[in-house]
Design a protein around this ligand. Structure first.
Ligand code: HEM
Length: 343
């Protein structure tokens, strides 16, 4: 296998780390010195070689450790994976999309052989070698959505389209920025987005829903979202807020560079072939301020974005409590020079 996988943890002793190559490919989300919500959707996949945008479902050095972390979360709370009965076909659609893409894009890590309805899947990094009958759940150890998302980085929502809206009727959610699948399951696009400040009034959600409903089979798009997380924790769920919420109070001027992480979500949208459902993978990338500031122009820009951000967004994203410490730390990387648009 060409890729090296980190031995690391996303809880407890938090040994997560980024290699220099992982920092270089980090999807820094700011193309200007200011930030406000927008419908920032573009075509996916496609992007520079080696970037997280190159392939349909990015696999990186954190793959194996992320899958171990997901298994721990699921063992403690099986409700992190749910699928309403009418979504099983969408689960098979997603399984197919991920297997086909991974075998094509990472042939040394994954392989898929299809012989009629008999599928042979090999996942080398996780030591999995399974033969099953496509569309027959009795031949897999888990239902199709759970089976494949235990082997794919990022969270996954499956949306059912009806009545001119999208309904969150299935998902695997163990690395979320403070929202709950168990709470949101069965809600529509406007209902699950209700806690987000400003964006509704700005028309962002009306426009975004219109765009998504117009997607055809075979089409796929992406957008970036971001937030801030103390410690490299994937499971920042409301269910476990008592575990990670208090950690926000452990940030000091001395440790902020190591403890404060920028959490970027690469969100992609896929119209699925048989079910006509929409798949919404949410892939999380974490880099602490020290990592980010190894690129002086990222440090400078992040300083300006976080210093000037709308207070409602700092509150919603949960870092208002540490904003002053973060901004003071980042100020040392801002020489006041003008920047040009682009990353
Ligand atoms: C936040 C789900 C598509 C914009 C959220 C939240 C969820 C979510 C669960 C957290 C809400 C909370 O606080 O409880 C989804 C799903 C989508 C989708 C399942 C797939 C259809 C989009 C699109 C946009 C968008 C297309 C385009 C503009 C946002 C924004 C936030 C948000 C701006 C606030 C994020 C932040 O500040 O960290 N979304 N979303 N979402 N969503 Fe979506």
């Amino acid at each position: 296998m060409t890729m090296q996988f980190n031995e690391e943890t996303f809880r407890g002793d938090y040994t997560y780390f980024n290699s220099p190559a992982a920092i270089r490919r980090f999807p820094f989300p700011f193309d200007q010195d200011a930030y406000m919500y927008s419908v920032n959707i573009e075509q996916h996949p496609g992007g520079p070689e080696g970037s997280p945008f190159e392939f349909a479902f990015d696999v990186d050095e954190h793959y194996v450790a992320e899958m171990q972390d997901r298994a721990i979360t699921l063992a403690g709370d099986p409700m992190r994976c749910q699928s309403l009965p009418h979504m099983e076909l969408a689960g098979w659609d997603l399984l197919e999309a991920i297997m086909v893409a991974k075998a094509r894009d990472y042939p040394d890590l994954f392989s898929l052989t299809i012989d009629g309805d008999t599928w042979h899947w090999i996942n080398r990094p996780m030591g999995i070698d399974d033969t099953f009958t496509f569309l027959d759940p009795a031949t897999l150890p888990y239902p199709p959505l759970e089976y494949i998302t235990r082997q794919a980085q990022g969270d996954f929502a499956l949306l059912h389209e009806r009545d001119g809206n999208l309904w969150l009727d299935a998902g695997m959610v163990t690395s979320q920025a403070d929202w709950s699948l168990d709470f949101d399951v069965g809600m529509n696009f406007f209902e699950w987005h209700a806690p987000v400040p400003k964006a509704g009034k700005m028309g962002v959600f009306d426009k975004a829903l219109k765009f998504l409903l117009a997607m055809n089979q075979g089409q796929s798009y992406r957008r970036l979202n971001w937030t801030m997380t103390v410690n490299p924790r994937l499971d920042t769920s409301p269910e476990n807020y008592h575990k990670w919420g208090p950690e926000k109070r452990t940030v000091t001027p001395e440790n902020v560079g190591q403890k404060q992480f920028v959490r970027v979500e690469l969100q992609t949208f896929w119209r699925l072939p048989r079910s006509n459902a929409l798949a919404f993978p949410i892939r999380c990338y974490l880099a602490n301020l020290e990592d980010i500031c190894t690129y002086p122009k990222w440090g400078r820009r992040l300083h300006r974005v976080l210093r000037d951000i709308d207070p409602d967004l700092a509150d919603y994203k949960g870092f208002a409590v540490n904003q002053e410490i973060i901004v003071n730390y980042l100020a040392q990387f801002d020489d006041g020079a003008p920047t040009s648009p682009g990353i």
